[in-house]
Design a protein around this ligand. Sequence first.
Ligand code: 13P
Ligand code: SF4
Length: 349
Amino acid sequence: SMTEEEMADRVRTVKKQLGNKLFIPGHHYQKDEVIQFADTTGDSLQLAQQSALNREAEYIVFCGVHFMAETADMLTEAHQKVILPDMRAGCSMADMADIHQTKNAWERLQHLFGDTILPLTYVNSTAAIKAFCGKNGGATVTSSNAEKMLDWAFTQKERILFLPDQHLGRNTAFTLGIPLSRMAVWDPEKQQLEYEGDLDEVKVILWKGHCSVHEKFTVENIQFLRQTQPDMNIIVHPECTHEVVQLSDMAGSTHYIIQAIQKAPAGSSWAIGTEMNLVNRLKKDNPDKTIISLNPNMCPCLTMNRIDLPHLTYSLEKIAEAKPGNIITVDNETTEYAVKALQRMLERA
Ligand code: 13P
Ligand code: SF4
């Protein structure tokens, strides 16, 4: 097997050989050993936008997770192949909502609320769920535009079903002034609505899903820091729980966190509640600031981390041999409706 140096050389050679025929997008949560070879880096919104713009690359080697590669496939042309270097790079949150559960929930909710609901889905979801939203007049959102999209959604319908992240949904609705008392939760396992009160009052129905990485940042982590290091600024991703977001100083998407740290004055101290690779990179890129993880145990996204230098090298080798593997394809009907949901977002983002 190859050494790290040999793999890096191989990647450089194939990249040079293929030129503009190859495009490597990398999500900010990817490992440094992968990010060093990315042609562009971004959060999920930026990567979706860049995929939609690229008409040139024959091979898009997506360094991120499965739902992002699906989105890239749907937003690019038929001749462009999207490759995921490791098929096991999924997202545990996206796995918390499947299309059958969604259709089932929809039927029950229509029964309870009639035709007053618009479905919105976080991009961290399967293509089938995006298509379901597209078909029913709804849209996708990312953590960078969730407020704008939820605001828009209320111009369409009285109530919103928000999939699959209850925390992003709750945090966003709360920011728009909707009280917690008007948010219900749909439990896909029990197939029931959790709500105490008059159903007429419900404004948002939150799907009971979460991100296993961001749920690891806790109220106790914050209380400990407030006591031991009161000068520390706390900034978290809105996939963290509502309590954690409320107790933090700032909350926002991956892109928002990066900007906040870059703009922060030299000498300032930051505890960040997001994925480990990004926290470590921010620490390295901002040596004039003190940067720590809000949870001292560090929180890697295990599926994002499945993409590593050996998998990237192998993917590129196969392309160089004209035998590309791990091609992600979404069928035409799903694509047609999912793109509607994505377009409703991209034209407002
Ligand atoms: P963003 O890239 O939209 O900040 O989302 C974070 C995330 O968890 C990606 O899976
Ligand atoms: Fe999914 Fe969370 Fe990992 Fe993002 S960080 S890919 S939401 S499990």
